[in-house]
Design a protein around this ligand. Sequence first.
Ligand code: GDP
Length: 197
Amino acid sequence: MIVKSAEFICSNTQISKLPPPVKAEYAFIGRSNVGKSSLINMLTAKKGLAKTSQTPGKTQLINHFYINESWYIVDLPGYGYARASKTNKANWSKFIHTYLDKRESLQCVMVLIDSRLEPQKIDLEFCNWLGEKGLSFVLIFTKADKQSSVKTDQNIAKFKKALQVTFEEVPHYFVTSSETQLGREEILAFIDTINKD
Ligand code: GDP
């Protein structure tokens, strides 16, 4: 897929104010600092579209970006920010779980995982929740340029193994780098296939 246009549409703190659910949506989510904004900018080839390195754990916004005037990238607030207050964490949880569970136009959840890390409990729990809800999701391993491909592969294998405890079939995954554009074509092609179905 060629990205011809990518436009910021709106930031929302309330589910009731989201755009009407009539266009396909792909929701990007992961721990704070996983590289989500960088990945969205890399996919859309638009530097500064998603704001990188915001103070994590503060404003809980759902951002809609309209791509090729036909579908949305949805930028969800990051989770797992250690210094976020209990109230913030609880609000995050309610807000996001409601969006994911109820959004009719949501096609697929793109779960970002830092490829440098051993499997993290919070990521596994989130994937398990998506599985319980029967939501379709894929894994995107980020920042692959930061280490050898052997190390990336080892961490992916460990993550897959950890998921096998609860999933019969491990979801599809992508390896990415926002620095080198690794994985860009594959993710866009994947979205294209779903959009054409
Ligand atoms: P977010 O909080 O998940 O939106 O993460 P950001 O996109 O703001 O990235 C967090 C930090 O990681 C920033 O300093 C980015 O420059 C860096 N970063 C993100 N993706 C990559 C990547 O693929 N490779 C490298 N080397 N650094 C990255």
